[in-house]
Write a protein of this length. Structure first.
Length: 92
């Protein structure tokens, strides 16, 4: 069974980027995914609420900086999701 939270294009791409990079700034994720601030924030909120992501907010000088990291629960969930995809492909 596919995790409905991860079985969505933007969120699966987002998780893939974080798996590959450990952490990324909000701005970089927005550019990689070609989404608006509001759209990305919505996806991040859903993943954070489930415990899949950690969102760290700070300031660099006077500018806000948001860094997103994958949580251990998110890594495990994504690994399970990828295995489910592999199994689905092999069976069909």
């Amino acid at each position: 069974m596919f995790d409905p939270l991860l079985h969505q294009t933007v969120r699966s791409k987002l998780m893939s980027l974080l798996i590959a990079n450990d952490e990324l700034p909000f701005k970089a994720l927005k550019e990689y995914l070609v989404v608006t601030d509001g759209n990305l924030s919505s996806h991040l909120s859903k993943l954070e609420k489930e415990g899949y992501l950690l969102i760290e907010k700070s300031f660099e000088g006077k500018r806000p900086k948001t860094v997103i990291k994958i949580a251990p629960k998110g890594k495990k969930a994504f690994d399970v999701y990828i295995e489910a995809l592999k199994k689905f492909i092999e069976e069909n």
